[in-house]
Design a protein around this ligand. Structure first.
Ligand code: ATP
Ligand code: MG
Length: 255
């Protein structure tokens, strides 16, 4: 699938960065607020469904943002506190696939604003004497460590990416790391350890991409000319997939 575009000398998107979705499974998308993460995420979801239209996509949107409101009546969309249910339902199906080996269906768990959820839920856990945060971090760590072989992916979107968010060192399991905008020295150290990144200005939707086995490269996400149409296609395919899973009929690729 396409994971963004390389930039030409004029700074415009040029060649697509195309990688095999099976090998480049887990994505960490990070950048400061307003750097274009959610927008890039919408782009990537569209690319995923173009490449692999039958994928079952779980979307957790802790911020309950306008960006994903078009998914309100999509049953695998979870906003705010409901993100917990989303992760747990994904993990239940993940475990089912692992144990029964009955399907190698591609499944992707997407979590926008993952650290904000972890921060919020940690406070709730203290008040309520619950341990929901560890359920979530363990489910995500297990997916990152064991998901690739059974086509179960985690795509996490974060403003920061400290290792404490990822249980048992599982941060090392992302095959794709995208850092949008200008990253602080500390952030660069966290996600692009040992890479030399010039301190140049970045526009929204621009940044760097590190994929397993390749050198760090610049990446740009293009402006989607008709965002409502793009969202409509995503919604349409996701809803068809639900039906397809029910009655095994075919879904249509993203136009
Ligand atoms: N690739 C792009 N090209 C041009 N403009 C963009 C691009 N991506 C995002 N923008 C603009 O920047 C704004 C902020 O983008 P977005 O909401 O994706 O940022 P974010 O990193 O998710 O921010 P937050 O952390 O606040 O959620 C968008 O409303 C859009 O107008
Ligand atoms: Mg956002």
């Amino acid at each position: 699938m396409i994971y963004g575009y390389a930039t030409g000398a004029d700074g415009k998107p040029s060649a697509p960065i195309k990688l095999n979705i099976q090998d480049y499974c887990h994505i960490l998308l990070t950048g400061s607020t307003g750097s274009g993460k959610s927008y890039a995420l919408l782009y990537l979801i569209g690319c995923l469904l173009k490449d692999s239209p039958e994928t079952e996509v779980f979307i957790c949107d802790f911020k309950n943002s306008e960006d994903f409101r078009f998914l309100n009546d999509y049953p695998l969309y979870y906003a705010g506190q409901h993100c917990y249910e989303g992760v747990m339902e994904f993990f239940r199906r993940f475990n089912d696939a692992r144990e029964n080996g009955k399907s190698f269906k591609r499944r992707v768990l997407i979590f926008d604003e993952y650290p904000s959820y972890i921060f919020y839920q940690s406070m709730m856990d203290k008040d309520n004497k619950t341990k929901l945060v560890s359920d979530v971090t363990n489910a995500i760590a297990t997916t990152l460590m064991l998901g690739r072989g059974i086509s179960h992916a985690a795509w996490l979107v974060t403003q920061r990416a400290e290792s404490s968010l990822f249980a048992n060192g599982s941060r090392d399991n992302f095959q794709i790391i995208i850092g949008l905008g200008r990253l602080s020295k500390e952030q660069k150290g966290m996600i692009f350890t040992g890479e030399e990144i010039p301190n140049e200005p970045m526009k929204r939707g621009e940044g760097h991409l590190l994929s397993d086995g390749h050198k760090l490269r610049k990446v740009k996400f293009p402006l989607i000319s008709d965002i409502n149409d793009w969202k409509w296609h995503i919604y349409d395919i996701l809803m068809r997939n639900l039906e397809h899973n029910r009655d095994s009929s075919q879904s249509t690729p993203l136009a």
